[in-house]
Write a protein that binds this ligand. Structure first.
Ligand code: UN1
Length: 472
């Protein structure tokens, strides 16, 4: 079965668009419908129709579809990972990891079937009072290209477990990977209408989804600008919005850190997936006493990194997703230079596909573009700092608050970091990117809105709380 023959894949009669490989840019990786607003209406209709019977199913039956799909994704690992690498350029090693993570996300959500579904108390005057969660109805999910299977999985799995039905908009730049997730669920027997999948332009499909009154909640991951429009459209009509937006994530390296481990983490955090993660390391604050040492070792690691073909399992840094991102990242580097930054490594395209060399800056002013904005590519900057106080103040001085990391061997510094770092995800002695499936994921400040995703936090967004007083 090809992904495009998939039954829940709407609007096969719509005009299509072609998606190309960002490394081998003359290779077409797929042709996908560019759905119109009418397809959104039809998808919501189908999902609304499926809701009563889906939400009435026993929880363990709903879980069965997710574990069935997880097993299929594991069997199809190589096919799915290869599709991801081809359509959006994620190096194959990471694409495999993400596919397995998606399977794990489904299994984790399925485990809700074996947990308490609410709480029970005694009323003040006797009798019982319990607190339950009920599904909302139809929910809309708008997902990005940079984690084209993990993010659709982590939004849809808790939504489905709670008994909602889902209309999923896949990213314009990576629809093929998400269709493998939908196909796995369909092949596991998921009833028709429970998951409706749409491809096409965000400005058409995403927009219609946010405005449809029957869609009770919309979860969105993507840019700050689009997120603001989603929030306005969705909350403006009284529905729920959950936004996962950008980051400008700092890593602090203290003088007492294990520098080799810090270098490894800084490299992975800044450059894996070519820096196309909202959790990527954009600013590295290094305590003065070890700055030169860290810089030498970090630049050696950057020089040793393999750059280029994402299908090569040794590749660390592959291409950017498309020409627009490629131009934007090169523009960001240019601006970094214009504003006085010094390029210590990289700084240019390699000439193959949309690959940009891993780029390291220093001498970037605290108020310069690169220190304050998210450049979504393999670009990071080093900043010498006096001490922890200096580091944390500068680390916190952005509008974002997604992830922050520190390398230190001091318990006291760790405790201060836990208290003072302004981010929803804190990493002590690990890189700023990454997300375990069983704990909340999300940012504070300008990085997010609404309850966090993943872990049990996900249930809050996709369910409504009902308090039930029962007297005998
Ligand atoms: C990760 O760091 O593994 O879009 C996950 C993003 C985030 C997910 C990051 N929402 O990059």
């Amino acid at each position: 079965m090809t992904a495009t023959s998939y039954i829940m894949f709407r609007d096969v009669t719509a005009p299509t668009y072609t998606k190309r490989d960002p490394f081998r840019i003359d290779v077409v990786t797929g042709e996908y419908p560019s759905a119109g607003a009418d397809a959104v209406v039809a998808a919501v209709e189908a999902a609304a129709h499926a809701f009563p019977s889906w939400s009435a199913l026993p929880l363990q039956q709903r879980a069965g579809y997710l574990t069935g799909a997880a097993a299929l994704l594991e069997q199809r690992l190589e096919t799915v990972a290869a599709a991801m690498t081809a359509e959006m350029g994620k190096p194959i090693r990471e694409a495999r990891g993400e596919t397995l993570r998606a399977a794990q996300i489904l299994r984790y959500a399925a485990s809700f079937a074996f947990r308490a579904v609410g709480q029970e108390f005694e009323q003040a005057g006797g009798g019982s009072v319990s607190v339950l969660r009920r599904p909302l109805g139809v929910v809309g999910l708008i997902t990005p290209w940079n984690f084209p299977i993990a993010i659709p999985a982590w939004k849809l799995a808790p939504a489905l477990m709670l008994g909602n039905t889902v209309v999923l908009k896949l990213a314009y730049d990576a629809p093929g990977t998400g269709l493998h997730l939908a196909a796995a669920l369909a092949d596991a027997g998921l009833p028709a209408g429970v998951l409706e999948v749409l491809t096409g332009r965000g400005a058409v499909v995403g927009d219609a989804l946010t405005r449809d009154d029957r869609v009770r909640a919309v979860s969105f991951t993507g840019s700050v600008a689009t997120g603001a429009a989603v929030r306005e459209a969705v909350t403006g009509r009284g529905a729920r919005a959950q936004l996962e937006l950008g980051g400008q994530n700092p890593l602090l390296v203290m003088a007492d850190a294990d520098l080799d481990r810090a270098v490894t983490a800084a490299f992975a955090g800044a450059f894996w997936s070519a820096g196309q993660k909202c959790t990527a390391t954009r600013r590295i604050y290094v305590e003065h006493a070890v700055y030169d040492d860290f810089k030498t070792r970090f630049l050696a690691r950057v020089a040793a990194g393999k750059v280029g073909d994402p299908t090569d399992p040794e590749t660390d840094v592959g291409p950017l997703v498309n020409e627009a991102q490629f131009d934007e990242v090169l523009g960001g580097i240019e601006r970094g230079r214009d504003e006085g930054g010094t390029v210590l490594a990289g700084g240019a395209a390699t000439g193959q596909g949309y690959v940009v060399e891993p780029t390291v800056f220093e001498d970037v002013a605290d108020d310069a573009f690169l220190s304050c904005n998210e450049v979504f590519g393999p670009v990071t900057a080093l900043y010498p700092v006096r001490d922890f106080d200096d580091a944390i103040e500068r680390a916190n001085a952005t509008e974002f608050g997604l992830s922050a990391g520190i390398f230190t061997s001091s318990l006291a510094t760790t405790l201060r970091f836990r208290r003072e770092a302004q981010a929803g995800l804190l990493h002590v002695n690990s890189q700023t990117a990454g997300a375990d499936v069983h704990v909340p994921f999300g940012g504070i400040k300008g990085s997010g809105f609404g309850p966090h995703e993943q872990g049990e936090a996900a249930l809050e967004f996709f369910g409504e709380t009902v308090t039930v007083y029962v007297d005998a």
